[in-house]
Design a protein around this ligand. Structure first.
Ligand code: UDX
Length: 446
């Protein structure tokens, strides 16, 4: 049987990983984006962002002729393929609700292209959209522009993505589950057949459901993970009041209970990134718009907002007034293995330290360029971890990059003016580091 040809509209993390994942399995894929610079890079085999493994697989797919990038030609993307994925961004508006303008314009463009297409075409919404969006925004735009009927002339599915930055390509190839929300049975069957071919022997469980339930599954999953993080950070804050208590041991023991599970119980400076903060806010806003106040999620957000500022409080406990003090920040990215700084926990930390008059020297293995765009000359940038620590009055471990784990207590002592170490991600052994340095860590009772 002929493999369906695929187009992907919007090549951010989700779109590009979907495109390269399919191309790497022999599907012919067209990647379409409004940004000419992104497409130029993609056609040269270079991902527009840092993501392990993606570069190699993208280059292979381009070389094999399985992937082609085009600029702003939705018409061509739809005309020349059988299935179109929509993976455009859905950023937050100031009130926390999601901005649908990119979805709306993609839907009108696809609708116009469907008007000129004779054969059955399937569209799959992969962007994270609040429940009701595919049914009430995308579908009407398709029917209005195409003058055709969903379920008869074309298909429509909602298929959320659960990939994590830093392991996005592997997550695309090895999903825990595939969620297919479909307008009608034929649409769902078409997408299910694609995934059976794509995953072959490694087919994960497939959940078939309605469009809105699929949309909600994505938000509920991310909100649950964010809740786990704010929960363990709450326990960490309690631990700090109890002499001898350690949140790491609490989390390990809790995680052995199968009903709780061990993952996403790492206490630290809170969650950042392009998904959790935005998705929790969007779920709150959408729930309120439906007439239900989700108080639990408000608390999850509140805990997360306060958590990074604890690093500054710890600094003040050790150094007193921070005016003129030199603070070393180890890590800038919102998590290791990415240069992404969206909602990175370091942002409120930098802002607060600057307010207190501190001088900041920061280092990250890959995110310095991105950080320069955010902070400009307000802070200094080091070329290595050692360079960052040199003559510092205190160091804050912000992102748990593997190379930071190798910095020994003797290195901190040798390089810093004052060996005060604040472990914001619990990567250092409190006994070893605590006996040699002035050491404070999240969730560690004194
Ligand atoms: C997340 C979801 O995991 C993914 O399924 C979804 O598709 C997109 O959002 P991502 O944002 O890439 O992925 O990062 P993730 O690894 O989930 O971490 C998010 C944030 O939570 C990071 O800032 C991380 O440092 C923090 N975190 C994670 C913790 O503080 N503690 C933990 O135990 C786990």
């Amino acid at each position: 049987m002929r493999k369906p040809q695929i187009s992907v509209i919007g090549v951010g993390y989700v779109g590009l990983c979907t495109a390269v994942g399919l191309a790497s399995k022999g599907f012919k894929v067209i990647a379409c984006d409004i940004d000419p610079e992104k497409i130029r890079k993609i056609n040269q085999g270079v991902p527009p962002f840092f993501e392990p493994e993606l570069q190699e697989k993208l280059a292979e797919s381009i070389k094999a002729g399985n992937l082609q990038g085009i600029v702003n030609q939705t018409d061509k993307a739809v005309k020349e393929t059988d299935i179109t994925y929509v993976a455009v961004g859905t950023p937050s508006k100031p009130d926390g609700s999601i901005e649908l303008q990119f979805i709306e314009s993609a839907a009108s463009n696809i609708g116009q292209a469907l008007k000129h297409k004779d054969s059955y075409h399937m569209t799959v919404i992969k962007s994270t959209v609040v429940p009701g969006t595919t049914q009430n925004v995308v579908l009407p735009a398709f029917e209005r522009e195409s003058k055709k009927k969903v379920g008869k002339d074309f298909g429509l599915c909602m298929n959320p993505e659960f990939l994590r930055q830093g392991s996005a390509f592997q997550d695309t190839l090895n999903a825990d589950r595939v969620v297919i929300g479909s307008f009608d049975k034929k649409s769902g069957d078409t997408l299910e057949a694609l995934y059976k071919d794509f995953y072959s022997q490694r087919l994960p469980p497939i959940i078939r459901t309605t469009l809105s339930t699929a949309e909600l599954i994505k938000y509920a999953s991310n909100a649950m993970l964010a809740t786990k993080i704010s929960f363990i950070n709450t326990i960490a804050n309690i631990c700090e009041k109890i002499p001898g208590a350690d949140v790491k041991v609490v989390a390990t023991a809790m995680g052995l209970d199968k009903r709780i599970g061990s993952l996403f119980l790492d206490a630290g400076l809170g969650y950042g990134g392009s998904c959790f903060p935005k998705d929790v806010k969007a779920l709150i806003a959408c729930s309120k718009a439906f007439g239900y106040d989700p108080e639990l999620l408000d608390s999850v957000e509140h805990v997360n907002k306060k958590q990074p500022l604890k690093a500054v409080e710890f600094c003040k406990q050790h150094l007193g007034n921070l005016k003129g003090k030199k603070i070393a920040l180890l890590g800038l990215a919102f998590k290791p293995d990415t240069d992404d700084m969206r909602e990175a926990r370091v942002i409120p930390i930098v802002n607060q330290l600057l307010k207190e008059g501190a001088k900041i020297n920061a280092y990250d293995p890959v995110a310095i360029q991105v950080a320069k765009g955010l902070f400009g000359e307000k802070i200094e940038y080091a070329s290595s971890a050692n360079d960052c620590l040199r003559n510092a009055d205190a160091a804050i471990l912000v992102t748990e990059w593997p190379e930071f784990k190798k910095i020994a207590p003797a290195d901190f002592k040798k390089l810093m003016r004052n060996p005060v170490l604040i472990d914001g991600r619990r990567i250092y052994d409190p006994e070893t580091y605590g006996s040699e340095l002035t050491f404070t860590a999240i969730g560690l009772g004194k």
